[in-house]
Design a protein around this ligand. Sequence first.
Ligand code: 3H9
Length: 696
Amino acid sequence: MAELTQSVSIDNESGVAVITVDNPPVNALSWHVRQGIFDGLNQASADGAQAVVLICAGRTFIAGADISEFGGSVPESASLADVQGVMENAAVPVIAAIHGTALGGGLEVALAAHYRVGLASSKYGLPEVNIGLLPGAGGTQRLPRLIGVPKALEAMTSGRHMPAAEAASDGLIDEMIDGDWATLRTAAIAFAERAVADGLPLMKVRDRNDKVDGVDPQIFADFREKIARKTRGFLAPEYNIRCIEAAASLPFHEGLKVEAELFRELMTGPQSAAQRYYFFAERAANKIPDIAKDTPTIDVHKAGVLGAGTMGGGIAMNFANVGIPVTIVEVNDEALERGLGIVRKNYERSASRGSIPAEAVDERMALITGSTDKHDFADCDIVIEAVFEDMELKKTIFAELDQICKPGAIMASNTSALDVNEIASATTRPEWVIGMHFFSPANVMKLLENVRGDKSNDTVVASTMAIGKQIGKVCAMVGVCRGFVGNRMLAMRGAEAEKMLMEGATPAQIDSVLYEFGFPMGPFSMSDLAGLDIGWKAEKSTSSTIREVMCESGRRGQKNGRGYYTYDPETRAATPDPDVEQTIRDFAEARGHEQREVTDQEILERLLYPMVNEGAKILEEGIAIRGSDIDVVWVNGYGWPMYRGGPMHWADAVGLGEIVDKIKGYDNRLGGAHWKLSPLLERLATDGGSLAGHQP
Ligand code: 3H9
């Protein structure tokens, strides 16, 4: 075996040159990988090899361009187009042998080979859209030529990883191989020998036009409409579609020009910068600096959930979804039956939409055991408490769990705001207690805000992160404070929204500012959705807040069709309600608030700048491990538009100096604790530092 570069080597197996890429962890196309493959192909030709196999070592085929190289300076080397050029124009068959995932630039390399063989477990995708890009190495022109326009549209705008069986039936790969990596290597060499012996043509995907000729343009219009809601605000999905339109209407080389132009535009724009930042932010969030990588974690063979309400049921589904048996305990049979009934309905709805197979409904329900006896938690490796937010109740429960749970079991609370240390103090083993804050609906929302108590031990900390990943969550580890990272910042936004209502802004105006910014909804639509009467009791209501007044007048939110908005009973469409606006005005004037026009710009600043300020205070206090973790919480838990990176990245992009000036101005004008400038924010603004990159 001869080394070509630090990550690529070449071998000769009875006349077949085998080029092997070994660039851990995911064989990204770093400059030395591109150069190595380029050199390998040329060497194979110089050596007179009769065929070439390109394969990767380690856990996967090439998973894409090296995202960390984007925007940085790297040594001069062969470009991806150079690599593809020698590959596609080689005088002998070139076969890509694929295991793991062939993604982005990795799949684009494979598409320049004459043939592709892949393990049955391999997956294929062009996920550039997820980092605000489009495939920039011919993928937009080649993929539709192989799998057709409708499938390419779906694959490239979702970034979905297509399984090998699908890839084989769509013609993306030429042979699917059962077995392990060694089998793949042997099979790829055998395929190459066969190609030579049988004189198989040197297939160039670029020359295949049957699937892109005569495409009905209506396909594109219909597709745009179909994905409009899901992709609102994002540029990359639309740009991917334009490239596929080019593939269907222009010769290959012209299509490549469209791809290059649109790729350049996205690559140099703020959305992709934010989305690439976010890609690494999510991965950084998994790392907890003072917890060793090899800290032993707990394997969950059985989980327990206390409470079968919306939250408890959703949490239990997460475990059942990955095949882990879960016991769910409620206070009585009626509550239990109701909770399990909702879980079943959720599964049935998923099955009817086709997102899980029909048989999965019963399979998953069979993994969930209902009980009214907490002693059934005795053999659980983790128990998650999901009862309502009442400290005394939680402490009583944890004292009980302490008696019941086996040694070494994790005892977690799903509290969204309460002091995890105080909860832990009700047990004799606070080191086994931790917060696991799921977001509603817990079976859908991606975020898991894990809350580390002062005494939580390393195994518990490492395990909750690992378990979160296992059940498909994006995790961030935070410290104890009121509301943790997410709800603490949300409270700042909510307080300012209420104040602006008093000054003359309407719920619809405030909501629309956030909607236009990219949030799925604003604070008042959100309150209506959650129910205005959460935590409200008629007998204790004193008309002291606008929310109380609304509840007193029978406005409960979406559930009874009347909240800050009025809802159409059929379509659930929201309409601003003049009665509500009048009620707010009356309420404000009675309390001496002068009414005025509040501009959209002021609304935006007053909603978001206190959040940025609070985020900086959270960092100062060491509640978040790093600035980017705050962004992970906000993007996954609260609908912050990913193309704006999260509140910390966004603040950096706006300019910390500008934000500091504005906060000082609002502090002078409005006062209040949340306008008190964070010293960290001020220092970073002065020093030219970054909130997103800050690590206390
Ligand atoms: C592209 O290809 C553009 C081209 O069209 C055109 C060019 C002209 N680069 O996710 P994991 C790191 S754009 C650099 O935890 P998993 C990652 O940061 C690219 N680094 O593992 C992490 O590092 P660390 C299109 C990368 O097993 C480590 O690898 N491709 C890259 O859960 C492990 O990652 C994509 O968008 C990269 N491309 O999932 C694919 N990828 O350990 C992006 C990963 O220091 N990658 N890293 O934190 C993925 O989707 C997943 O990483 C993958 C593995 C499914 C491959």
